[in-house]
Design a protein around this ligand. Structure first.
Ligand code: FAD
Length: 459
Protein backbone atom coordinates (compact mmCIF):
# COMPACT_ATOMS: atom_id res chain seq x y z
CA UNK A 1 0.00 0.00 0.00
CA UNK A 2 1.61 3.26 -1.05
CA UNK A 3 1.76 5.99 1.57
CA UNK A 4 0.56 8.62 -0.84
CA UNK A 5 -2.53 6.78 -2.07
CA UNK A 6 -5.80 8.69 -1.72
CA UNK A 7 -8.09 7.39 1.02
CA UNK A 8 -11.60 8.35 1.96
CA UNK A 9 -11.95 6.96 5.48
CA UNK A 10 -15.36 6.96 7.14
CA UNK A 11 -15.73 6.06 10.82
CA UNK A 12 -19.24 5.10 11.92
CA UNK A 13 -19.86 5.93 15.59
CA UNK A 14 -18.74 8.72 17.92
CA UNK A 15 -18.21 6.64 21.05
CA UNK A 16 -14.80 6.13 22.64
CA UNK A 17 -13.80 3.52 20.02
CA UNK A 18 -14.68 5.65 16.97
CA UNK A 19 -13.07 8.77 18.48
CA UNK A 20 -9.90 6.90 19.49
CA UNK A 21 -9.70 5.47 15.97
CA UNK A 22 -10.04 9.01 14.56
CA UNK A 23 -7.28 10.23 16.86
CA UNK A 24 -4.81 7.46 16.00
CA UNK A 25 -5.51 7.62 12.25
CA UNK A 26 -4.35 11.25 12.34
CA UNK A 27 -1.22 10.29 14.34
CA UNK A 28 -0.15 7.48 12.00
CA UNK A 29 3.14 8.29 10.19
CA UNK A 30 1.45 7.72 6.80
CA UNK A 31 -1.45 10.07 7.47
CA UNK A 32 -1.60 13.26 5.46
CA UNK A 33 -4.58 15.64 5.55
CA UNK A 34 -3.85 16.40 1.87
CA UNK A 35 -4.40 12.84 0.64
CA UNK A 36 -6.51 11.29 3.39
CA UNK A 37 -10.02 12.46 4.15
CA UNK A 38 -11.29 11.15 7.50
CA UNK A 39 -14.96 11.66 8.42
CA UNK A 40 -16.58 10.52 11.67
CA UNK A 41 -20.36 10.09 11.50
CA UNK A 42 -22.28 10.03 14.80
CA UNK A 43 -26.04 9.40 14.86
CA UNK A 44 -26.87 11.55 17.92
CA UNK A 45 -26.88 15.31 18.37
CA UNK A 46 -27.06 15.33 22.15
CA UNK A 47 -25.52 13.43 25.04
CA UNK A 48 -28.65 13.87 27.16
CA UNK A 49 -30.40 10.79 25.74
CA UNK A 50 -30.53 8.16 28.45
CA UNK A 51 -30.42 10.73 31.27
CA UNK A 52 -33.36 11.94 33.36
CA UNK A 53 -34.39 15.56 32.72
CA UNK A 54 -33.06 16.78 36.07
CA UNK A 55 -29.57 15.31 35.44
CA UNK A 56 -26.60 17.56 34.75
CA UNK A 57 -25.57 17.47 31.11
CA UNK A 58 -22.09 18.96 31.25
CA UNK A 59 -19.61 17.10 33.44
CA UNK A 60 -16.78 19.13 31.92
CA UNK A 61 -17.75 22.20 33.92
CA UNK A 62 -17.55 20.17 37.12
CA UNK A 63 -13.99 19.09 36.52
CA UNK A 64 -12.57 22.46 35.61
CA UNK A 65 -14.90 25.24 34.49
CA UNK A 66 -12.13 27.49 33.19
CA UNK A 67 -10.26 25.24 30.81
CA UNK A 68 -10.22 25.99 27.11
CA UNK A 69 -11.29 22.45 26.22
CA UNK A 70 -14.73 22.89 27.72
CA UNK A 71 -17.59 21.32 25.81
CA UNK A 72 -17.53 21.95 22.06
CA UNK A 73 -21.23 22.37 21.19
CA UNK A 74 -20.57 21.16 17.64
CA UNK A 75 -19.63 17.78 19.17
CA UNK A 76 -22.83 17.29 21.16
CA UNK A 77 -23.80 13.69 20.54
CA UNK A 78 -20.22 12.42 20.89
CA UNK A 79 -20.04 9.97 23.85
CA UNK A 80 -23.82 9.95 24.18
CA UNK A 81 -23.94 6.19 24.85
CA UNK A 82 -21.91 3.85 27.06
CA UNK A 83 -18.76 5.88 26.39
CA UNK A 84 -20.20 8.82 28.33
CA UNK A 85 -21.94 6.78 31.00
CA UNK A 86 -19.28 4.22 31.96
CA UNK A 87 -17.20 4.12 35.12
CA UNK A 88 -13.84 4.79 33.49
CA UNK A 89 -11.65 2.21 35.23
CA UNK A 90 -8.39 1.23 33.49
CA UNK A 91 -6.40 -1.80 34.60
CA UNK A 92 -3.48 -3.95 33.54
CA UNK A 93 -5.49 -6.86 34.97
CA UNK A 94 -8.37 -6.26 32.52
CA UNK A 95 -9.02 -8.43 29.45
CA UNK A 96 -8.28 -9.45 26.71
CA UNK A 97 -4.63 -9.76 27.66
CA UNK A 98 -3.30 -9.37 24.09
CA UNK A 99 -4.35 -5.70 23.89
CA UNK A 100 -4.60 -4.59 27.54
CA UNK A 101 -0.90 -3.71 28.13
CA UNK A 102 -0.74 -1.69 24.88
CA UNK A 103 -3.89 0.24 25.73
CA UNK A 104 -3.05 0.83 29.40
CA UNK A 105 0.31 2.25 28.32
CA UNK A 106 -1.27 4.45 25.64
CA UNK A 107 -3.66 5.92 28.23
CA UNK A 108 -0.63 6.97 30.25
CA UNK A 109 1.08 8.43 27.15
CA UNK A 110 -2.03 10.34 26.08
CA UNK A 111 -2.48 11.77 29.56
CA UNK A 112 1.14 12.98 29.57
CA UNK A 113 0.95 14.47 26.09
CA UNK A 114 -2.39 16.26 26.44
CA UNK A 115 -2.61 17.06 30.15
CA UNK A 116 -5.14 14.30 30.67
CA UNK A 117 -5.02 14.77 34.42
CA UNK A 118 -6.79 18.13 34.12
CA UNK A 119 -8.49 17.55 30.81
CA UNK A 120 -10.16 14.18 31.41
CA UNK A 121 -9.51 13.31 35.06
CA UNK A 122 -6.76 10.74 34.43
CA UNK A 123 -5.20 9.44 37.62
CA UNK A 124 -3.77 6.27 39.10
CA UNK A 125 -6.03 4.68 41.72
CA UNK A 126 -6.79 1.61 43.83
CA UNK A 127 -9.36 -1.08 43.13
CA UNK A 128 -10.81 -3.26 45.86
CA UNK A 129 -13.52 -5.73 46.66
CA UNK A 130 -15.58 -4.87 49.71
CA UNK A 131 -18.18 -6.91 51.48
CA UNK A 132 -20.71 -4.74 53.28
CA UNK A 133 -23.97 -4.77 55.20
CA UNK A 134 -26.27 -1.90 54.30
CA UNK A 135 -27.94 0.35 56.84
CA UNK A 136 -31.64 0.94 56.25
CA UNK A 137 -32.41 4.22 54.50
CA UNK A 138 -34.29 6.95 56.40
CA UNK A 139 -37.97 6.07 56.65
CA UNK A 140 -37.45 2.27 56.66
CA UNK A 141 -37.12 -0.09 59.57
CA UNK A 142 -36.30 -3.77 59.91
CA UNK A 143 -39.71 -4.68 61.28
CA UNK A 144 -40.94 -3.59 57.86
CA UNK A 145 -43.12 -0.85 59.33
CA UNK A 146 -42.16 2.61 58.13
CA UNK A 147 -41.01 5.13 60.72
CA UNK A 148 -41.98 8.76 60.16
CA UNK A 149 -39.76 11.12 58.19
CA UNK A 150 -39.39 13.29 61.30
CA UNK A 151 -38.12 10.29 63.30
CA UNK A 152 -35.66 9.54 60.55
CA UNK A 153 -34.31 13.06 60.50
CA UNK A 154 -33.67 13.12 64.24
CA UNK A 155 -32.01 9.70 64.27
CA UNK A 156 -28.30 10.03 65.15
CA UNK A 157 -25.90 9.73 62.23
CA UNK A 158 -23.68 6.66 62.34
CA UNK A 159 -21.38 7.74 59.52
CA UNK A 160 -17.76 6.78 60.21
CA UNK A 161 -16.40 10.20 59.29
CA UNK A 162 -18.02 11.47 62.48
CA UNK A 163 -15.48 9.53 64.57
CA UNK A 164 -12.27 9.31 62.63
CA UNK A 165 -10.26 7.39 65.26
CA UNK A 166 -12.83 4.62 65.65
CA UNK A 167 -13.10 4.42 61.90
CA UNK A 168 -9.39 3.94 61.37
CA UNK A 169 -9.29 1.23 64.02
CA UNK A 170 -12.18 -0.55 62.36
CA UNK A 171 -10.53 -0.26 58.94
CA UNK A 172 -7.25 -1.67 60.27
CA UNK A 173 -9.02 -4.56 61.94
CA UNK A 174 -10.34 -5.87 58.65
CA UNK A 175 -7.17 -5.02 56.75
CA UNK A 176 -8.67 -2.06 54.87
CA UNK A 177 -6.61 1.06 54.11
CA UNK A 178 -7.04 4.06 56.40
CA UNK A 179 -8.03 6.44 53.65
CA UNK A 180 -11.09 4.43 52.72
CA UNK A 181 -12.79 6.60 55.30
CA UNK A 182 -15.93 7.28 53.30
CA UNK A 183 -17.35 3.81 53.92
CA UNK A 184 -19.19 3.28 57.18
CA UNK A 185 -16.77 0.95 59.00
CA UNK A 186 -18.77 0.83 62.22
CA UNK A 187 -21.79 -0.76 60.64
CA UNK A 188 -21.30 -1.43 56.95
CA UNK A 189 -17.83 -2.72 56.05
CA UNK A 190 -17.41 -6.43 56.80
CA UNK A 191 -14.48 -7.55 54.65
CA UNK A 192 -11.89 -5.95 52.37
CA UNK A 193 -9.63 -7.32 49.66
CA UNK A 194 -7.25 -5.31 47.49
CA UNK A 195 -7.45 -5.95 43.73
CA UNK A 196 -5.41 -3.24 42.09
CA UNK A 197 -2.89 -0.58 43.08
CA UNK A 198 -1.70 2.61 41.35
CA UNK A 199 0.98 0.46 39.68
CA UNK A 200 -1.59 -1.38 37.60
CA UNK A 201 -4.84 0.58 37.93
CA UNK A 202 -6.00 4.02 36.77
CA UNK A 203 -9.11 5.89 35.73
CA UNK A 204 -10.44 8.53 33.35
CA UNK A 205 -13.68 10.45 33.08
CA UNK A 206 -14.93 8.57 29.99
CA UNK A 207 -17.10 11.34 28.53
CA UNK A 208 -14.34 13.93 28.86
CA UNK A 209 -11.77 11.51 27.43
CA UNK A 210 -13.95 10.67 24.43
CA UNK A 211 -14.75 14.30 23.66
CA UNK A 212 -11.06 15.16 23.95
CA UNK A 213 -10.13 12.44 21.45
CA UNK A 214 -12.74 13.86 19.05
CA UNK A 215 -11.43 17.40 19.52
CA UNK A 216 -7.78 16.39 19.07
CA UNK A 217 -8.64 14.37 15.95
CA UNK A 218 -10.57 17.30 14.51
CA UNK A 219 -7.60 19.59 15.07
CA UNK A 220 -5.57 17.31 12.76
CA UNK A 221 -8.15 17.28 9.98
CA UNK A 222 -10.94 14.84 10.89
CA UNK A 223 -14.42 16.05 9.93
CA UNK A 224 -16.94 15.27 12.68
CA UNK A 225 -20.60 15.15 11.66
CA UNK A 226 -23.18 14.59 14.40
CA UNK A 227 -26.86 13.82 13.78
CA UNK A 228 -25.71 11.58 10.91
CA UNK A 229 -27.16 8.08 11.24
CA UNK A 230 -25.66 5.62 8.78
CA UNK A 231 -28.33 3.53 7.10
CA UNK A 232 -26.19 1.55 4.66
CA UNK A 233 -22.64 0.63 3.76
CA UNK A 234 -22.52 0.30 -0.03
CA UNK A 235 -20.27 -2.23 -1.74
CA UNK A 236 -18.96 -2.71 -5.26
CA UNK A 237 -20.72 -5.26 -7.46
CA UNK A 238 -19.67 -8.63 -6.09
CA UNK A 239 -19.07 -7.11 -2.68
CA UNK A 240 -15.26 -7.17 -2.89
CA UNK A 241 -14.76 -3.55 -1.75
CA UNK A 242 -16.47 -0.66 0.05
CA UNK A 243 -17.68 2.15 -2.23
CA UNK A 244 -19.67 4.55 -0.07
CA UNK A 245 -21.71 5.06 3.06
CA UNK A 246 -25.28 6.38 3.12
CA UNK A 247 -26.56 8.37 6.11
CA UNK A 248 -29.58 10.39 7.16
CA UNK A 249 -29.12 13.89 8.49
CA UNK A 250 -31.97 16.28 9.27
CA UNK A 251 -34.35 14.27 7.12
CA UNK A 252 -31.98 14.21 4.11
CA UNK A 253 -30.21 11.21 2.70
CA UNK A 254 -26.50 11.74 1.91
CA UNK A 255 -23.92 9.44 0.35
CA UNK A 256 -20.25 9.71 1.22
CA UNK A 257 -17.65 8.12 -1.10
CA UNK A 258 -15.60 5.76 1.07
CA UNK A 259 -12.56 3.61 0.43
CA UNK A 260 -12.13 2.56 4.07
CA UNK A 261 -15.05 2.13 6.43
CA UNK A 262 -14.46 1.63 10.17
CA UNK A 263 -17.61 0.41 11.92
CA UNK A 264 -17.43 1.47 15.57
CA UNK A 265 -21.13 1.59 16.29
CA UNK A 266 -20.90 -0.09 19.72
CA UNK A 267 -24.04 -2.09 20.53
CA UNK A 268 -25.61 -1.04 17.19
CA UNK A 269 -22.84 -2.71 15.15
CA UNK A 270 -24.81 -5.83 14.16
CA UNK A 271 -27.48 -3.62 12.57
CA UNK A 272 -24.86 -2.56 9.99
CA UNK A 273 -22.82 -5.77 9.97
CA UNK A 274 -25.26 -8.62 10.74
CA UNK A 275 -22.46 -11.21 10.65
CA UNK A 276 -20.48 -9.59 13.45
CA UNK A 277 -21.85 -10.96 16.74
CA UNK A 278 -22.27 -7.92 19.00
CA UNK A 279 -25.13 -7.94 21.50
CA UNK A 280 -26.43 -5.28 23.92
CA UNK A 281 -27.56 -5.09 27.55
CA UNK A 282 -28.95 -2.02 29.28
CA UNK A 283 -27.17 -0.73 32.41
CA UNK A 284 -28.14 2.06 34.83
CA UNK A 285 -25.78 4.34 36.71
CA UNK A 286 -25.73 7.49 38.83
CA UNK A 287 -23.31 10.35 39.51
CA UNK A 288 -23.25 11.71 43.05
CA UNK A 289 -21.46 14.84 44.25
CA UNK A 290 -19.82 14.16 47.62
CA UNK A 291 -19.40 16.85 50.32
CA UNK A 292 -15.60 16.67 49.82
CA UNK A 293 -13.67 14.62 47.24
CA UNK A 294 -13.41 11.00 48.37
CA UNK A 295 -10.16 8.99 48.11
CA UNK A 296 -9.22 7.30 44.83
CA UNK A 297 -10.82 3.84 44.98
CA UNK A 298 -12.86 1.78 42.57
CA UNK A 299 -14.95 -0.53 44.72
CA UNK A 300 -16.48 -3.79 43.58
CA UNK A 301 -19.05 -4.24 46.30
CA UNK A 302 -21.07 -7.09 47.65
CA UNK A 303 -23.74 -5.50 49.84
CA UNK A 304 -26.16 -7.49 52.00
CA UNK A 305 -29.44 -5.59 52.16
CA UNK A 306 -31.30 -6.38 55.39
CA UNK A 307 -35.00 -7.19 55.53
CA UNK A 308 -36.97 -3.95 55.51
CA UNK A 309 -34.63 -2.39 52.87
CA UNK A 310 -36.35 -1.16 49.66
CA UNK A 311 -36.62 -4.16 47.32
CA UNK A 312 -34.39 -3.81 44.23
CA UNK A 313 -36.30 -3.58 40.94
CA UNK A 314 -36.68 -7.10 39.51
CA UNK A 315 -34.75 -7.77 36.27
CA UNK A 316 -37.86 -7.95 34.10
CA UNK A 317 -39.88 -5.06 35.62
CA UNK A 318 -40.39 -2.09 33.28
CA UNK A 319 -40.92 1.49 34.38
CA UNK A 320 -41.72 0.48 37.97
CA UNK A 321 -41.40 3.31 40.45
CA UNK A 322 -39.88 1.42 43.38
CA UNK A 323 -43.28 -0.17 43.88
CA UNK A 324 -41.82 -3.33 45.35
CA UNK A 325 -42.04 -2.35 49.04
CA UNK A 326 -39.53 -3.47 51.68
CA UNK A 327 -37.52 -6.69 51.43
CA UNK A 328 -38.90 -9.63 53.36
CA UNK A 329 -35.56 -11.42 53.38
CA UNK A 330 -31.98 -10.21 53.12
CA UNK A 331 -30.66 -9.88 49.54
CA UNK A 332 -27.15 -9.31 48.18
CA UNK A 333 -26.48 -6.67 45.49
CA UNK A 334 -23.22 -5.70 43.79
CA UNK A 335 -23.11 -2.08 42.61
CA UNK A 336 -19.68 -0.78 41.56
CA UNK A 337 -18.50 2.57 42.93
CA UNK A 338 -15.81 4.77 41.35
CA UNK A 339 -14.51 7.83 43.21
CA UNK A 340 -13.62 10.62 40.77
CA UNK A 341 -11.20 13.51 41.13
CA UNK A 342 -13.86 16.11 40.29
CA UNK A 343 -15.59 15.71 43.66
CA UNK A 344 -18.07 13.12 42.48
CA UNK A 345 -18.55 9.38 42.73
CA UNK A 346 -20.06 7.22 40.03
CA UNK A 347 -21.99 4.03 40.76
CA UNK A 348 -23.55 1.48 38.43
CA UNK A 349 -25.97 -1.39 38.92
CA UNK A 350 -26.69 -4.68 37.15
CA UNK A 351 -27.54 -5.05 33.45
CA UNK A 352 -31.02 -5.93 32.20
CA UNK A 353 -32.64 -7.07 28.97
CA UNK A 354 -36.03 -5.50 29.63
CA UNK A 355 -35.99 -2.86 26.87
CA UNK A 356 -34.63 -3.63 23.40
CA UNK A 357 -31.83 -1.44 22.00
CA UNK A 358 -33.60 1.61 20.50
CA UNK A 359 -32.77 3.31 17.18
CA UNK A 360 -30.39 5.87 18.74
CA UNK A 361 -29.10 7.13 22.10
CA UNK A 362 -31.84 9.76 22.14
CA UNK A 363 -34.50 7.09 22.77
CA UNK A 364 -32.69 5.17 25.54
CA UNK A 365 -35.26 4.57 28.28
CA UNK A 366 -34.11 5.34 31.84
CA UNK A 367 -35.92 3.42 34.56
CA UNK A 368 -35.59 5.88 37.44
CA UNK A 369 -36.45 3.16 39.97
CA UNK A 370 -33.25 1.29 38.99
CA UNK A 371 -31.21 4.46 39.57
CA UNK A 372 -32.96 4.92 42.93
CA UNK A 373 -32.00 1.34 43.80
CA UNK A 374 -28.32 2.17 43.27
CA UNK A 375 -28.66 5.40 45.25
CA UNK A 376 -30.23 3.72 48.29
CA UNK A 377 -27.77 0.80 48.18
CA UNK A 378 -24.58 2.90 48.06
CA UNK A 379 -26.15 5.35 50.52
CA UNK A 380 -26.63 2.37 52.84
CA UNK A 381 -22.87 1.93 53.21
CA UNK A 382 -21.66 5.53 52.95
CA UNK A 383 -23.12 8.81 54.24
CA UNK A 384 -20.92 10.69 51.76
CA UNK A 385 -22.77 9.01 48.90
CA UNK A 386 -26.12 8.85 50.67
CA UNK A 387 -27.34 11.33 53.25
CA UNK A 388 -24.66 13.96 52.52
CA UNK A 389 -24.36 13.41 48.74
CA UNK A 390 -26.18 15.23 45.97
CA UNK A 391 -27.38 13.16 43.02
CA UNK A 392 -26.27 14.90 39.81
CA UNK A 393 -27.26 12.36 37.17
CA UNK A 394 -29.48 9.31 36.76
CA UNK A 395 -28.77 7.53 33.49
CA UNK A 396 -28.89 4.40 31.37
CA UNK A 397 -26.97 3.13 28.34
CA UNK A 398 -26.30 -0.08 26.42
CA UNK A 399 -23.21 -2.16 27.02
CA UNK A 400 -21.81 -3.66 23.80
CA UNK A 401 -20.96 -7.33 24.29
CA UNK A 402 -19.55 -10.26 22.38
CA UNK A 403 -16.10 -8.98 21.41
CA UNK A 404 -13.96 -7.02 21.28
CA UNK A 405 -13.75 -7.42 17.50
CA UNK A 406 -10.96 -5.45 15.86
CA UNK A 407 -9.99 -5.90 12.22
CA UNK A 408 -11.03 -6.59 8.64
CA UNK A 409 -14.50 -8.03 8.04
CA UNK A 410 -14.62 -10.92 5.58
CA UNK A 411 -12.92 -10.42 2.24
CA UNK A 412 -14.38 -6.98 1.56
CA UNK A 413 -11.52 -4.57 0.88
CA UNK A 414 -11.70 -1.49 3.12
CA UNK A 415 -14.23 -2.86 5.62
CA UNK A 416 -13.08 -3.01 9.26
CA UNK A 417 -14.85 -3.29 12.58
CA UNK A 418 -13.98 -2.18 16.12
CA UNK A 419 -16.84 -3.08 18.41
CA UNK A 420 -18.25 -5.31 21.14
CA UNK A 421 -15.78 -4.15 23.79
CA UNK A 422 -17.80 -5.39 26.80
CA UNK A 423 -17.03 -3.86 30.21
CA UNK A 424 -13.46 -2.87 29.24
CA UNK A 425 -14.04 -0.57 26.27
CA UNK A 426 -12.73 2.53 28.04
CA UNK A 427 -9.56 0.68 29.06
CA UNK A 428 -9.07 -0.80 25.57
CA UNK A 429 -10.01 2.19 23.39
CA UNK A 430 -6.56 3.71 22.71
CA UNK A 431 -5.09 0.30 21.87
CA UNK A 432 -8.01 -0.41 19.57
CA UNK A 433 -7.61 2.98 17.87
CA UNK A 434 -3.89 2.45 17.35
CA UNK A 435 -4.37 -1.08 15.93
CA UNK A 436 -7.06 0.19 13.57
CA UNK A 437 -4.82 2.94 12.27
CA UNK A 438 -2.21 0.26 11.47
CA UNK A 439 -4.78 -1.98 9.77
CA UNK A 440 -5.97 0.95 7.62
CA UNK A 441 -2.55 2.37 6.71
CA UNK A 442 -0.20 -0.64 6.96
CA UNK A 443 -2.63 -3.41 6.08
CA UNK A 444 -2.09 -5.26 9.39
CA UNK A 445 -1.99 -4.73 13.16
CA UNK A 446 1.60 -4.16 14.35
CA UNK A 447 1.57 -2.99 17.97
CA UNK A 448 -0.19 -6.07 19.34
CA UNK A 449 -1.50 -9.43 18.27
CA UNK A 450 -5.19 -9.40 17.34
CA UNK A 451 -5.56 -12.96 18.62
CA UNK A 452 -9.14 -13.67 19.65
CA UNK A 453 -10.16 -10.11 18.69
CA UNK A 454 -9.70 -10.92 14.98
CA UNK A 455 -13.23 -11.00 13.47
CA UNK A 456 -12.16 -13.71 11.01
CA UNK A 457 -12.24 -16.07 13.99
CA UNK A 458 -15.97 -15.46 14.40
CA UNK A 459 -17.17 -15.07 10.82
C1 FAD B 1 -22.41 0.83 33.30
C2 FAD B 1 -21.13 0.66 32.51
C3 FAD B 1 -19.90 0.84 33.13
C4 FAD B 1 -18.72 0.66 32.41
N1 FAD B 1 -17.53 0.87 33.03
C5 FAD B 1 -16.38 0.69 32.34
C6 FAD B 1 -15.13 0.91 32.97
O1 FAD B 1 -15.05 1.29 34.14
N2 FAD B 1 -13.99 0.68 32.24
C7 FAD B 1 -14.04 0.25 30.95
O2 FAD B 1 -12.98 0.04 30.36
N3 FAD B 1 -15.23 0.09 30.31
C8 FAD B 1 -16.39 0.29 30.97
N4 FAD B 1 -17.59 0.08 30.35
C9 FAD B 1 -17.61 -0.37 28.94
C10 FAD B 1 -17.51 0.79 27.97
O3 FAD B 1 -18.39 1.81 28.34
C11 FAD B 1 -17.83 0.33 26.55
O4 FAD B 1 -17.15 -0.85 26.20
C12 FAD B 1 -17.45 1.42 25.54
O5 FAD B 1 -17.99 2.65 25.92
C13 FAD B 1 -17.93 1.05 24.15
O6 FAD B 1 -17.62 2.11 23.30
P1 FAD B 1 -18.13 2.15 21.80
O7 FAD B 1 -17.56 3.36 21.18
O8 FAD B 1 -17.87 0.82 21.17
O9 FAD B 1 -19.73 2.21 21.93
P2 FAD B 1 -20.70 3.43 22.26
O10 FAD B 1 -20.22 4.26 23.36
O11 FAD B 1 -22.06 2.83 22.38
O12 FAD B 1 -20.62 4.30 20.96
C14 FAD B 1 -21.18 3.87 19.74
C15 FAD B 1 -21.67 5.11 19.01
O13 FAD B 1 -22.06 4.74 17.71
C16 FAD B 1 -23.16 5.53 17.36
N5 FAD B 1 -23.91 4.85 16.30
C17 FAD B 1 -24.57 3.67 16.38
N6 FAD B 1 -25.13 3.35 15.20
C18 FAD B 1 -24.81 4.35 14.36
C19 FAD B 1 -25.12 4.60 12.98
N7 FAD B 1 -25.86 3.75 12.28
N8 FAD B 1 -24.64 5.74 12.43
C20 FAD B 1 -23.88 6.62 13.14
N9 FAD B 1 -23.58 6.43 14.44
C21 FAD B 1 -24.03 5.30 15.04
C22 FAD B 1 -23.97 5.64 18.64
O14 FAD B 1 -24.84 6.76 18.60
C23 FAD B 1 -22.87 5.76 19.68
O15 FAD B 1 -22.58 7.09 19.99
C24 FAD B 1 -18.78 0.28 31.05
C25 FAD B 1 -20.02 0.12 30.43
C26 FAD B 1 -21.19 0.30 31.15
C27 FAD B 1 -22.51 0.11 30.45
Amino acid sequence: MSEGSQKDITIIGGGIIGCSAAYYLTRHPSYSPETHRVTLLEASTSSSGGRTKDSISDPATLADPNTKWKRNPAHDGIAGGASGKAGGLLALWAFPSNIVPLSFGLHEELAKEHDGERRWGYRRCYASQVECRARLPPGFSSDESKITAADAETAPSKGLHKDHKTAIKALKKIGAPEDLDWLDTEQALVAYEGMGTPNNTAQVHPELFTRSMAQLAEEKGVKIVTGARVTAINYSKGGDSVESVTYEKEGNCETLPTTDCVVAAGPWTSRLLPNVPVTASRAHSVVIQTPTPVSAYALFTSIALPSGFPTPTPEKARGSKAAQGPLKRSQVVEPEIYARPDGTAYACGPTDQTVKLPLTNAEVEVDEARCDDIISQVGGISDELGRDGKVLAKQACYLPQGGPWIGPVGNTRGLTVAAGHTCWGIQNAPGTGKLLSEIVFDGAAKSARLGGCDPSRAL
